[in-house]
Design a protein around this ligand. Structure first.
Ligand SMILES: Cc1cc2nc3c(=O)[nH]c(=O)nc-3n(C[C@H](O)[C@H](O)[C@H](O)COP(=O)(O)O)c2cc1C
Length: 139
């Protein structure tokens, strides 16, 4: 079973999560809805950057995640600049032996007056394709 979990304060990463989930063929769940009792083959983690870091709710979820609950992890997200969630996710999960792919999906997300309209239709299409390819590769 593959899963998609995200945190999104303003809705940008939620949009990506829904496209990723479409590519996977599941529903995306927010960090609050995540069911830790069922393990995942591939876990897609969606997170943005706020003040240089990911949201605390996602940080806490990742801190609790155990190797028995997930086989592999892919990261996706949005931010105003170039920084992505990948390094922070890796720094939490890899010491526990949970492997995180370097292959991530990131695009600009609207913030104040910048990146208006992002993620846009093209971003969403690419996110869906990213997820679909990973699922095919891993099946
Ligand atoms: C409080 C706050 C702090 C932010 N800090 C950063 C930052 O340090 N670096 C960055 O690239 N983007 C930053 N952003 C922009 C967000 O990463 C961007 O708007 C993202 O798309 C938000 O995703 P969301 O709508 O899923 O919450 C910040 C946005 C907010 C609201």
């Amino acid at each position: 079973m593959n899963k998609v979990v995200y945190v999104s304060r303003g809705g940008n990463t939620k949009k990506l999560a829904e496209s990723i989930a479409k590519g996977v063929g599941v529903s995306a769940v927010s960090v609050e809805q995540f069911d830790k009792s069922k393990s995942a083959d591939i876990l897609f983690i969606g997170a943005s950057i706020y003040g240089g870091a990911i949201d605390k709710k996602m940080h806490d979820l990742l801190s609790e995640l155990q190797p028995s609950q997930v086989k592999s992890v892919y990261v996706f997200g949005t931010s105003a600049g170039k920084k992505t969630a990948l390094q922070e996710v890796k720094s939490i999960l890899e010491p526990k032996g949970i492997s995180v792919s370097e292959d991530e999906f990131h695009c600009k997300g609207s913030f104040l007056f910048t990146n208006r309209g992002r993620p846009n239709e093209e971003d969403l299409k690419q996110a869906e394709e990213f997820a679909r390819k990973i699922c095919i590769k891993q099946s």
